[in-house]
Design a protein around this ligand. Structure first.
Ligand SMILES: Nc1ncnc2c1ncn2[C@@H]1O[C@H](COP(=O)(O)OP(=O)(O)OP(=O)(O)O)[C@@H](O)[C@H]1O
Ligand SMILES: [Mg+2]
Length: 413
């Protein structure tokens, strides 16, 4: 056992106070519905409690702090994306990622318990708007039309709304953003479900969770059930499949079939997202007649995405430079996520060059840091140059061709 050193105690106290400060800021910002400020406070709070966990000797306490750090990190990140948790106290924010036995208040097994769980943990409101998404104009229109059409009550029999929309395409192209914007623009109840996690954490009980999900969805309609990482469920049908996964899938299929007929007017739209549409079982695929390709951004879309992540965040960037960066982004097969990373990295390069002594501030007291005025200037081509060296696309030309081919064969809209 390492002897306890005085400065660790002191560090713990300072760090804990630091965490407490951000926790308070986050709580207040949530109450004031100032979500950007809340996101920032959650992320900072996560870093503070994470650092504290590292020096915590008591194992249980360390675990607890690490979980809290993860929790705060996730809420912060989701808030940044525009997904807003429903709970008003940070310690109760449990996102869909945290889905596992220990976070359930009620013992799973009772139907009511599952519904309660769904209501408390899987509903998220969203502030994401269509304007936060660069490019994808025709996709946005298609989604809007489909959703609106399904909600209009009076329409001829022959016009049947889509029950399921499948978004497919390379990683980081905006699929999750589109689902969040759909929810944000409609004031529909938005269920944010990471399918893989539900499957892996619930084992035998996950099909009950799926039933509960749709049951709550119907009660709170119009609702959108967003099944992210959809391939993990659709995959599980072929080959060696666990009985429980098979049950989940058949429950999902019957929910997708039955929704509208059971109770007309109670509308639940299922949106699913995947990177590997070719792995999806054909029975599942047939329940998603609307399959929309979310491709890599073209030059115009790159321009918009760069603007969103720089100029719209209050920074300056010359139009000519912006144009050159957009061209390079398309050449490098960048997805929106890569562009966001690139912009973020370039912003950091600018901040570092304008504030060379930033690191040394860490030794100063907190109030001195808080009062420091950060130097900021217009972004230059040089800031981006370094970033282009570090950001790499996860997509190869042959992957793009594979998505195009699948879209041609199975896609719609
Ligand atoms: N069209 C876009 N406009 C603006 N930002 C974008 C766009 N596409 C991606 N981004 C940025 O990339 C991040 C990731 O996007 P998103 O989570 O929607 O990707 P995804 O398609 O769901 O990826 P995955 O398939 O890996 O789940 C976003 O939070 C955003 O910062
Ligand atoms: Mg996603």
């Amino acid at each position: 056992m390492v002897p306890k050193i005085g400065y660790i105690d002191e560090f713990e106290t300072i760090q804990y106070n630091e965490f407490k400060k951000y926790k308070d800021i986050a709580e207040k910002a949530m109450e004031a519905e100032d979500y950007p400020a809340a996101a920032d406070a959650f992320l900072r709070g996560s870093m503070a409690i994470g650092k504290l966990a590292k020096v915590t000797e008591n194992e249980k306490l360390r675990e607890k702090r690490l979980t809290l750090a993860k929790n705060y990190m996730q809420v912060g990140k989701e808030l940044k994306k525009g997904i807003i948790p429903v709970k008003s106290k940070p310690k109760e924010y449990k996102r869909s990622k945290e889905v596992h036995g220990s976070t359930i208040g009620t013992e799973p097994g009772e139907e009511e318990g599952f519904e309660k769980y769904v209501e408390q943990n899987l509903i998220a409101t969203s502030r994401m708007t269509w304007e936060n998404i660069g490019g994808l104009n025709s996709v946005k229109e298609t989604i809007k039309e489909s959703v609106v059409l399904s909600i209009i009550e009076e329409k001829p029999e022959a016009i049947k709304p889509w029950k399921g929309i499948l978004l497919f395409g390379p990683p980081g192209t905006g699929k999750t953003l589109l689902a969040a914007a759909t929810a944000g623009s409609l004031e529909a109840t938005f269920f944010n479900v990471k399918v893989g996690q539900i499957l892996s954490k619930y084992f035998g009980e996950s099909s009950k969770l799926v039933s509960a999900l749709y049951s709550v969805g119907r009660k709170k309609s119009p609702s959108i059930v967003f099944l992210d990482e959809f391939d993990s469920i659709a995959l599980s049908r072929s080959g060696e499949v666990a009985e429980s996964s098979r049950r989940v899938l058949s429950t999902l299929l019957s929910e997708l079939d039955g929704l509208q007929d059971k109770d007309s007017g109670r509308y639940v739209l299922t949106m699913a997202a995947t990177n590997t549409p070719w792995d999806i079982d054909s029975a599942v695929l047939s329940r998603f007649p609307k399959r929309i390709h979310i491709p890599l951004p073209d030059k115009e879309a790159c321009l918009e995405i760069i603007r969103i992540h720089t100029i719209k965040e209050g920074l300056k960037l010359d139009e000519q430079i912006l144009d050159e960066i957009a061209v390079r982004c398309t050449e490098n097969l960048f997805a929106g996520r890569d562009i966001a990373t690139l912009c973020n990295d370039a912003i950091w390069n600018m901040v570092r060059s304008e504030n060379p002594a930033l690191g040394s501030l860490a030794d100063k007291p907190v109030d001195a840091i808080q009062e420091y005025r950060l130097g900021v200037r217009e972004l230059t081509a040089g800031d981006f140059e370094k970033s282009f060296e570090s950001v790499r696309s996860a997509v190869k030309a042959r992957d793009v061709a594979r998505y195009d081919k699948w879209a041609e064969e199975y896609g719609s809209g």
